[in-house]
Design a protein around this ligand. Structure first.
Ligand code: NDP
Ligand code: 8X3
Length: 252
């Protein structure tokens, strides 16, 4: 059987772009997300385009039981996951801490931190059993710096940064690679989700400069995942050329 990549959050943006790149490279895919129709559409398109096998598994990463049930029902041959891309994540709101919406905070923590943990808990054990594997965690420049009103989102991505380091230490005896990829501004549905469907406000985030696109990150993740067995890239920050730090974007 070909190699297998499990990509969370494959219904849009970076996850969907990763699905294309890994299918192009001949990987069989387990694609996940909550929006069933979109997930099936991505899977059907890749099935048509590439000679690979694809499983579309619909679940919410923040629902611990759904994660366990959905992953454990896979057949033993599909549990031989070579690459796990912990990509599912989101930001909701951009408010000072004193005005923050507590439901938004819970959603970000439950998705970006607990969701990543639930998936990793299951898949890391498969990798241990399989004697190999590579976990790629989607961090962010928000996991390296804190910016105004980013408070809780930044905290969740700082947690991903810490978990990435912790996983690498814990999984070291099993030969499992662990990498974090930390992008700056990537134009996806991310800002629309952050601003709860306000497309005009979302668009303004990318005004006057050229942001990264999902394909840039997917190709970077492919680079990371395709290094020789003895090479691991621990941590990689990737920014638009026009963005020096989280809060320092040169707009024309
Ligand atoms: P998108 O909004 O385009 O994609 C997010 C993906 O995550 C979707 O496929 C969505 O699927 C999935 N997702 C969100 N919540 C859940 C959930 N509870 N359960 C399952 N899947 C979920 O954004 P991006 O592609 O930009 O974001 C991908 C990752 O990259 C995130 O972790 C984000 O924090 C990170 N990132 C993004 C940057 C950017 O500027 N865009 C920069 C740095 C990091 P569905 O809604 O179908 O469940
Ligand atoms: C997404 C990038 O700068 O909006 O993680 O936090 S940023």
């Amino acid at each position: 059987m070909s190699k297998i990549a499990l990509i969370t959050g494959a219904t849009s943006g970076i996850g969907e772009a990763c699905a294309h790149v890994f299918a192009r490279e001949g990987y069989n895919l387990i694609l996940t997300g909550r929006r069933e129709e979109r997930l099936n559409k991505v899977a059907a398109h890749l099935n048509d385009k590439y000679d690979v096998e694809i499983i579309a598994s619909v679940f919410d990463v923040s629902d611990r039981q759904q994660v366990i049930d959905s992953l454990e029902e896979l057949s033993p041959e599909w549990k031989k996951v070579d690459v796990l891309i912990n990509n599912a994540g989101l930001s909701q709101g951009l408010d000072p801490i004193q005005n923050g919406n507590i439901d938004d905070w819970e959603t970000m923590i439950d998705t970006n931190v607990k969701g990543l943990l639930y998936v990793s808990r299951v898949v890391s054990n498969w990798m241990i059993e399989n004697g190999k594997g590579h976990i790629v965690n989607l961090g962010s420049i928000a996991g390296k710096e804190v910016y105004a009103n980013g408070n809780v989102y930044c905290a969740t991505k700082h947690a991903v940064d810490a978990l990435n380091k912790g996983m690498r230490i814990d999984l070291l005896p099993y030969g499992i690679k662990v990498t974090a990829v930390h992008p700056g501004a990537v134009e996806t549905e991310f800002s629309e989700v952050r601003f709860k469907g306000d497309k005009d406000r979302a668009k303004k985030v990318y005004d006057g400069f050229e942001p990264l696109v999902a394909q840039d990150i997917a190709e970077t993740i492919w680079f990371v995942a395709s290094r020789p067995a003895h090479v691991n890239i621990n941590d990689l920050v990737i920014m638009p050329t026009a963005q020096a730090t989280a809060g320092n974007i040169y707009r024309k």
